[in-house]
Design a protein around this ligand. Structure first.
Ligand code: F3S
Length: 391
């Protein structure tokens, strides 16, 4: 792997022990995956931020580091809303103290304390940019919907890339690895909502594994694309997908005359999609996996306006998005629902005490049973709100 003279100096420890360690991680990764060189990155998104997932050893490791990030970097959701953790329930003072120590460690490294899986709502990211993001739904969105280039980084490799400002040039950074590998034809009669896209992603991810899917027969909007990719990243390990005529790289493939007719093609029927949905009594409702966009907050506020919830209804959004829309958050919270910033359905211990949780997300549907110890029920946003209102 080619290293320039500056990289060599970093590796020799001339810029400090932390930078040396970070360079070592990146070089090892590059060698394993056959990278010939590094590519500079424009941003990083670092997973491994919730004390629920990294624990004592993760915190100790972070505390041992001493450097500053070289590019804008944000965090993945943490285990609690930073200011309102006592209000959420299920968060102990001990957990809050440890979680704050994790934040302090990242703060010292220069990572922005924006804790979200939707960094693209906060910092503009453009087509063709090389980035190092680690949360699987964010990676899928960046690659597929924006057309940026990132591998599915682990927390340490994303942090290493943030500190060095570069990442090994392999995998999805290279155009030849972004070719479709399996096709899906979706045959569904009715208009599809975000919950349907979560279900399609849940089904497709299981078939696709870590291959690059190409979808025919879909006309999703951006939030529906977000739901589709997040679910595939959870039930499979999809980091990039194309939707015919919609996602930016699908148009490049078309312009270049890439032949996709020979790909294995899997059909997903309306019956298969509907079979994922079931009616069941639930204890709580959670929306915002991935974190809500402005449009989603608007839809939820419209459905809740002037009404009162009868069950816990938790909405998750990036701090930057929630704070930019105080009126929408106000309307939602007047109903008794709560908008939580910084945290998420699966990485917060605040969600662990419910028996059955209704979600509108294929990703949450896949993760809630293992991560929260609860049963998951999938519905549309409207059905989720109706369940919380007891309608
Ligand atoms: Fe985001 Fe947490 Fe879902 S990180 S995608 S809200 S599981």
């Amino acid at each position: 792997m080619y290293l320039d003279s500056d990289d060599e100096k970093v590796l020799a420890g001339e810029y400090g022990e932390t930078r040396r360690k970070m360079m070592e991680i990146l070089v090892a990764l590059g060698k394993v995956f056959g990278a010939e060189k590094f590519v500079p990155i424009t941003s990083a998104q670092v997973a491994g931020a919730s004390y629920k997932t990294i624990g004592k050893w993760g915190l100790e490791w972070l505390r041992s580091l001493d450097a500053r990030v070289a590019v804008p970097a944000v965090l993945n959701p943490i285990g609690m809303p930073r200011e309102r953790w006592q209000e959420m329930g299920g968060i102990t003072p001990d957990f809050a103290e440890k979680q704050n120590a994790v934040l302090e460690a990242y703060h010292r490294l220069g990572v922005k304390l924006e804790c979200t899986c939707t960094p693209y709502y906060i910092n503009r990211t453009s087509y063709g940019e090389h980035i190092a993001w680690s949360e699987s739904s964010a990676v899928c969105y960046a690659n597929s919907v924006i057309g940026a280039r990132t591998n599915r980084e682990g927390g340490p490799s994303a942090l290493a890339a943030a500190i060095v400002g570069k990442t090994p040039y392999y995998g999805l950074h290279l155009w030849e690895n972004r070719m479709p590998q399996v096709a899906f034809r979706v045959e569904a009669d009715e208009t599809l909502h975000a919950g349907h896209y979560g279900a399609i992603g849940y089904l497709a991810g299981k078939e696709a594994g870590n291959r690059v899917p190409f979808f025919y027969g879909l006309r999703p909007n951006r939030d529906q694309l977000k739901a589709l990719g997040a679910a595939m990243a959870a039930s499979g390990a999809v980091a990039l997908y194309h939707v015919d005529g919609i996602t930016p790289d699908s148009r490049v493939l078309q312009e270049r005359g890439t032949d996709i007719s020979a790909l294995e093609t899997i059909t997903i029927t309306g019956e298969e999609i509907e079979a994922i949905f079931e009616e069941r009594t639930v204890d709580a409702v959670a929306i915002g996996c991935p974190h809500c966009s402005e449009e989603e907050l608007e839809e939820i506020a419209g459905l809740l306006k002037g009404k009162q919830v009868t069950k816990p209804l938790y909405i998750f959004a990036a701090r930057g998005v929630a704070q930019a829309h105080p009126n929408l958050v106000g309307t939602i919270e007047q109903s008794g629902a709560r908008v939580w910033e910084d945290t998420c359905i699966v990485v917060s211990p605040g969600m662990d005490h419910f028996g059955t949780i209704m979600v509108n997300s294929g990703k949450a549907f896949a993760y809630v049973p293992n991560m929260c110890g609860a049963q998951a029920v999938l519905g549309s946003t409207e059905e989720c709100i109706a369940a919380a209102l007891g309608e």
